[in-house]
Ligand binder design. Structure first.
Ligand code: IVH
Length: 691
C-alpha cells in the first residue's frame, strides 16, 4: 500500500507541475481529480504513511521568478469539488444540518486562471495571481490591459479598500485567433483556452497581453470594507461599481433548483462563447457562511460541481504522422469511428512521442477519447483490462514518413522535426500554400490540391517557380480551364506589387509571423539588409528576440533559400519597404526608446512620430540609444540603466517641443546625416530623487 500511495504522489506531482508550472497538461482534469481523490482516500485510510509534502496538501503553485511575488491579504483558497450529484446533495445536507434552510447562489465555473484585484479609493492598485494561495505574482501591468477590468470604479458608496476575486479567461474567439497566428508563425499551439489565458497573463510584455483578447469576470468580494449581507448582494453592488459579473448566476431556494441549474448548463454551456468546466454553488447568506467556516484548504460554504468532459471508448487502429510546413511531426490517431458530443470521431491528436509513452498507448488498445475545452478530440487514457496479451509498446518513428530523413528534436520542444526543409515534399507544398495565402502574396485561384498537383507534375518545386509558370501549363490541369489559368496568371503578376512586409511573411521563416515581418520590414527597409543582418542587429528590431533572430539567420544561410530569394528578386517581387514621406530628418541617425505610459499620445503614435522624423525605434535601453522618451510608470530598471549610460531623457512634452522645432520638410524623403539639434534640457527626475 505504501508503494501505491507513493506512486500516486509521484504521478500527481508530475502532472501538477505540468499543469501549474509548465502550463502544458498531459492528462484531463477528470483523470487528475480522480487520482487525487484516490490518494486522499488512501491517505485517510492509512494515516501511518502521512507525508507533509503530499500533493494532496497543496493548492498548486504558479509562481515564476519574473514577477514580483506579493503576499495575499487574505489567503486565496480553492474549492472542494465533485463530479457527482449525490455528493453535492451530501453537501446540502451537511450545510442544512449545521445552519438550517438556506439559499444558494449558483454560478458558472469559468475555466481560466484566478485573479485577486485590490481597489483603493475606487482605483485598481494591484492584481495578483493565486500562486500557492498565500502569495502570488503581481501581474497588475498585464491585468490593466484587460478591457473588462475597471481601472476606476463608478457608482455610489464604493468601499475605500477592498479586494475582489475572479477569473481571467480567454473567449473562444480570441483563442482561435491566437492559435491561428501561432500556427502561421510556426509556433507551438496552446492546448486550450485555460493555458492560453495563464500563459498570456505571465507575458513580460503587456502590449502582447493587450492584443490577445483576455476577459475577466468577478465572483467574490473579500475584506471587511464591503457592507453587504449576502454574496448575491455583494455581486449586485460590484456590478453597480462597474465590474463584469456573470449574468448567468442565479439564487436557488432548494436542492432541486440547483439540480435544474446544473442540468441546464451542462447542455447550454456548449453554446457559450467562453470555456466553463462546471458550476460553483455558494451559500448566499454571509452569516451562514461565517458559521460554516473553512477547512484548512477550502470554504465549507461552497463547492464546485464539475462537468464531466464527454468521453468515449474506442479502438486505436493506427497512427499516422503528419509533416507540417515547418517540418514538425504530429502523430494522429486513427480510431474506430465513435459518437462523441454529437459528432463522429475518427481521429484524435496524440501531440508527440512523450505523450504516447507517458500514456503507454499501443496499437489495438481500447482508448478513451475526450472532447474537453479543446476543439480537437484527444486520447486521455487506455483501458488496460481490454489490452491484448500480445500487445507491444508503441515504437515512435525515427525517420520522416515522407522523405526518409532522420528526425531531430530541438531543445525545449516536445515535437520531432524533419530537418530536410529543402527536399521533403509536404514541407515544400506547405510552404507554397503558405506563400500564396491571402495574408501573404494573395495569389488567387490556386487551391491546396492544385498546388499539390503542380508540385507532383514538377511544374512548381519552390515558390520562385510560380513566377515561371505559363498559362498553357495551367490550362491543361484538371479542374482548370483557360479562363481560370488566365486569372491565376493575373493574380501571380499582381503579387509582384504586394508590399515587402508581406513578402517577408510569405517566405515562411520559422517564428516570423505577420506582425514580426512588419516590424522587420520597417526596421531594416529591404531584403538585402535583413539577409545581411547579424543576430545582434536583428534583435534591435521591435518584437524580435533571440529565437526569431537565430531562425532568420539560419534561413538566409541556407544556399537553396538564397537561390529562391534571388529568383524572386529577378521576377520583380517587392524587396524594399516603401519609403514614407518623412516630416523631417530631425532624428536621422538617432535611436529612440519610449517607455511608460503617456497622456497625450499612444505609444504607437509616438513611434510613428519618431519614424516620420527619420529616427529609429528601439525596444531596449543600450549604449546605442540617443533619447529615452519617458512616460509615467516606466520601469525603474530601465530608468536606472538610462541614467547610468547618460542617455538624454525627454518627457512627453519635451519630445513634442523637440519635434515642433523641426525644420520644414526637406526636399528629399530619405533621411540624411544632418545631426539633430540638441534637445531641450530634460526635466525628468534624476537618480536620487527616485531611488
Ligand atoms: S469561488 C473560496 N466562483 O475555480 C472560493 N471560483 O476550483 C473562491 N472559479 O480558484 C472561488 N469560476 O479559479 C469561484 N464562479 C466561480 C468560479 C471559480 C471559476 C475557479 C477559481 C477557483 C477554482 C476552484
Amino acid at each position: 500500500m505504501k508503494q501505491k500511495i507513493e506512486e500516486l504522489r509521484r504521478w500527481l506531482n508530475y502532472h501538477n507541475r505540468k499543469y501549474y508550472i509548465d502550463n502544458a497538461p498531459e492528462v484531463s482534469d477528470y483523470e487528475f481529480d480522480q487520482r487525487m481523490h484516490e490518494l486522499q482516500r488512501l491517505e485517510a485510510e492509512h494515516p501511518e504513511f502521512d507525508d507533509p509534502n503530499s500533493p494532496s496538501r497543496r493548492v498548486g503553485s504558479d509562481l515564476t521568478t519574473e514577477f514580483r511575488t506579493v503576499e495575499h491579504r487574505y489567503p486565496m483558497l480553492s474549492l472542494g469539488n465533485t463530479y457527482s450529484i449525490e455528493e453535492l446533495h451530501e453537501f446540502f445536507e451537511r450545510v442544512e444540518r449545521e445552519v438550517g434552510q438556506v439559499e444558494y447562489v449558483c454560478e458558472l465555473k469559468f475555466d481560466g486562471t484566478a485573479i485577486s484585484l485590490t481597489y483603493e479609493q475606487g482605483r485598481l492598485t494591484r492584481a495578483v495571481t493565486r500562486g500557492d494561495g498565500r502569495s502570488g505574482d503581481d501581474v497588475t501591468a498585464n491585468v490593466r490591459t484587460i478591457r473588462t477590468v475597471p481601472l476606476e470604479l463608478t457608482g455610489e458608496d464604493v468601499a475605500p479598500l477592498f479586494e475582489i476575486r475572479g477569473e481571467i479567461f480567454m473567449p473562444y474567439a480570441s483563442f482561435d485567433r491566437l492559435n491561428a497566428e501561432r500556427e502561421q508563425a510556426g509556433e507551438q499551439l496552446f492546448a486550450n483556452p485555460r493555458n492560453a489565458a495563464a500563459g498570456t497573463l505571465k507575458q513580460q510584455n503587456s502590449a502582447v497581453v493587450a492584443h490577445r483578447g483576455l476577459d475577466c469576470t468577478l465572483y467574490q468580494m473579500v475584506g471587511e470594507g464591503v457592507s453587504a449581507r449576502s454574496h448575491w448582494e455583494s455581486l449586485e453592488r460590484a456590478r453597480e461599481w462597474g465590474f463584469k459579473i456573470s449574468r448567468e448566476a442565479r439564487v436557488c431556494h432548494s436542492a432541486a433548483e440547483v439540480d435544474e441549474f446544473i442540468a441546464h448548463w451542462d447542455e447550454a454551456r456548449h453554446a457559450l462563447p467562453f470555456p466553463t468546466d462546471g458550476v460553483v454553488i455558494k451559500v448566499n447568506s454571509y452569516e451562514a457562511q461565517q458559521q460554516l467556516g473553512f477547512t484548512s484548504k477550502v470554504p465549507r460554504w461552497a463547492v464546485a460541481y464539475k462537468f464531466k468532459a464527454e468521453q468515449a471508448l474506442t479502438r486505436l487502429e493506427s497512427v499516422a504522422f503528419q509533416v507540417g510546413r515547418t517540418g514538425a511531426i504530429t502523430p494522429v490517431a486513427n480510431l474506430a469511428p465513435v459518437q462523441l458530443a454529437g459528432t463522429t470521431v475518427k481521429r484524435a491528436t496524440l501531440h508527440n512521442a512523450e505523450q504516447i509513452a507517458q500514456l503507454d498507448i499501443r496499437l489495438g488498445d481500447m482508448v478513451y477519447v475526450e472532447k474537453g475545452g479543446e476543439i480537437i478530440p484527444k486520447i486521455t487514457g487506455v483501458e488496460l483490462s481490454e489490452r491484448k496479451s500480445d500487445s507491444v509498446p508503441f515504437e515512435y518513428i525515427t525517420v520522416c514518413p515522407e522523405c526518409g530523413t532522420e528526425l531531430t528534436r530541438y531543445e525545449g520542444e516536445a515535437k520531432h522535426y524533419c530537418p530536410n526543409q529543402s527536399h521533403c515534399p509536404p514541407q515544400i507544398v506547405g510552404r507554397i500554400i503558405h506563400f500564396i495565402r491571402r495574408k501573404a502574396m494573395d495569389i488567387e485561384g490556386l487551391g491546396d490540391e492544385t498546388v499539390e498537383l503542380l508540385y507532383e507534375s514538377g511544374l512548381v518545386r519552390d515558390v520562385a517557380d510560380l513566377y515561371d509558370l505559363r498559362a498553357q501549363q495551367l490550362a491543361v490541369l484538371p479542374r482548370l480551364g483557360e479562363k481560370s489559368a488566365d486569372n491565376i496568371m493575373k493574380s501571380i503578376e499582381g503579387s509582384k506589387s504586394v508590399p515587402f512586409a508581406r513578402v517577408l511573411f510569405a517566405l515562411g521563416i520559422r517564428f516570423v509571423g505577420e506582425t514580426t515581418a512588419k516590424y522587420l520590414a520597417a526596421h531594416f527597409g529591404s531584403m538585402e539588409a535583413i539577409m545581411n543582418a547579424t543576430v545582434e542587429q536583428l534583435v534591435e528590431a521591435e518584437e524580435v528576440g533571440d529565437k526569431i533572430a537565430r531562425s532568420i539567420v539560419e534561413f538566409f544561410a541556407d544556399e537553396s533559400n538564397r537561390t529562391i530569394i534571388e529568383r524572386l528578386r529577378v521576377a520583380g517581387v517587392q524587396f524594399e519597404a516603401e519609403e514614407r514621406e518623412l516630416h523631417s530628418d530631425l532624428l536621422a541617425g538617432k535611436s529612440v526608446v519610449i517607455s511608460g505610459k503617456f497622456r497625450r499620445h499612444s505609444r504607437d503614435e509616438l513611434k510613428e512620430l519618431i519614424e516620420l522624423h527619420g529616427g529609429k525605434n528601439l525596444a531596449a535601453v543600450s549604449a546605442n540609444v540617443d533619447y529615452l522618451v519617458a512616460g509615467e510608470n516606466m520601469g525603474p530598471a530601465k530608468l536606472q540603466k538610462a541614467t547610468k549610460l547618460g542617455i538624454k531623457m525627454l518627457s512627453e512634452e519635451e519630445f513634442e517641443a523637440l519635434i515642433a522645432s523641426a525644420p520644414v520638410p526637406a526636399a528629399s524623403t530619405k533621411p540624411n546625416a544632418t545631426p539633430a539639434p540638441e534637445p531641450v534640457q530634460s526635466t525628468m527626475p534624476v537618480q536620487g530623487e527616485l531611488f
